[in-house]
Design a protein around this ligand. Structure first.
Ligand SMILES: Nc1ncnc2c1ncn2[C@@H]1O[C@H](COP(=O)(O)OP(=O)(O)OP(=O)(O)O)[C@@H](O)[C@H]1O
Ligand SMILES: [Mg+2]
Length: 339
């Protein structure tokens, strides 16, 4: 981790309640994503948004719609993974009256989104039959309702998203190659949060403001460090849920590391955690850290010095202290500062 990541920037109040939800993040990768969105939005091309779960794919789809020429039309979202195959087709393309006993005819999302944008989430979960119909809808701009004999014209732009690699599904013959090429003409990749750690504090500040009830809340330096070091497997959604929860239980207007869930405290540098529990001096903590960096560099002392920004002589000093104190766990011996 670089030094700059350990220097938290404090939450800047924004006004998220005005207008559409903004896509937060000033990291270079998020700036590139926003640039890309601005270039593809005004076209009528189909867009495929890829990224892990919780990275903000739906938000990206909404931005594409909101700055497109279709913004005054509807934005209709459908999660393909949430419906069983039979329901999905009717939901997507509509169903004719009396196709089955008691069934009332209705339009599908494709028709509802005419004049606007249809957002198909988890498009990789579409059945092969639904994929064939989707391809036809995209090629001919017509849809055929389930149980129907005719096709209806639609003027719908499709934006699809997936957290699976569609190319892999194509290889496994679970996704039609022709549909894949049609969808993937324009791809927008939303990177996971751990690859844009610069955005974490900015997003946390935004969510603190968005979920606060009355008073403004800020993060302590240590709490900000804990957020920065965590891996965020659930990406921005996980961060948002965490802030929402923390806001609800906050004991004062500054969120301390103790207000965060255990999950975050442990990766808050496993080393730092141990040092804090043992009330290490700065030098004792430094020794722990030096040993770790050395280990990470395959015991290459020169590389470790470069990473730590210290001289070879200083490194040797740290290591000598470690040896004098009796091996690799000097601090467990109750050793003091070593000076
Ligand atoms: N860059 C961002 N700025 C502000 N809020 C964000 C950002 N990215 C994600 N969010 C918020 O995080 C939550 C999850 O985002 P979203 O639903 O768009 O993710 P997703 O990639 O579609 O997830 P899934 O794959 O699980 O469907 C939402 O509440 C969204 O508003
Ligand atoms: Mg989604």
């Amino acid at each position: 981790m670089t030094d700059t990541l350990l220097q938290p920037r404090f939450p800047m109040p924004r006004h998220p309640r005005d207008g559409a939800a903004p896509l937060i993040g000033s990291s270079a990768v998020m700036r590139a994503v926003r640039d890309h969105i601005e270039r593809v939005a005004p076209t009528d091309f189909t867009v495929l948004i890829e990224g892990e779960s919780g990275t903000g794919k739906e938000l990206v789809a909404r931005q594409i719609h909101d700055i497109s020429t279709r913004r005054s039309g509807p934005f209709v979202a459908l999660n393909c993974a949430a419906l069983v195959e039979t329901l999905l087709e009717a939901e997507l393309f509509g169903i004719e009256d009396r196709t089955a006993t008691g069934v009332r005819g209705r339009k599908g999302k494709f028709e509802h989104a005419s004049g606007g944008t249809l957002f198909l989430d988890e498009v990789g979960d579409l059945s092969l039959a639904a994929q064939a119909k989707l391809l036809r809808a995209l090629q001919d701009l017509t849809v055929e309702r389930v149980g129907g004999y005719g096709a209806y014209r639609v003027d719908t732009r499709l934006v699809a998203a997936t957290n699976k690699r569609l190319a892999t599904l194509v290889d496994a013959r679970a996704f039609r190659a022709d549909l894949y090429y049609r969808l993937a003409g324009i791809e927008v990749y939303v990177p996971p949060l751990r690859e844009r750690r610069e955005d974490i504090i900015e997003l946390a500040g935004y969510f603190l403001e968005r979920h606060r009830h009355t008073r403004s809340l800020v993060l302590s330096d240590a709490a900000a460090d804990a957020l920065l070091t965590y891996e965020w497997p659930g990406n921005v959604r996980e961060l948002e849920r965490l802030i929402e929860r923390t806001v609800a239980f906050a004991r004062s207007s500054t969120i301390q590391v103790d207000d965060l869930p255990r999950l975050l405290k442990s990766p808050y540098g496993a080393v730092l955690q141990v040092s804090m529990e043992r009330h290490d001096t700065l030098r004792a903590w430094g020794r722990r850290y030096v040993r770790l960096v050395l280990e990470r560099n395959g015991q290459n002392k020169r590389a470790a010095c470069r990473e730590l920004g210290i001289s070879y002589h200083t490194l040797q000093g740290y290591l000598r202290c470690t040896q004098r104190a009796g091996g690799l766990t000097p601090d467990a011996t109750g050793e003091s500062d070593g000076r």
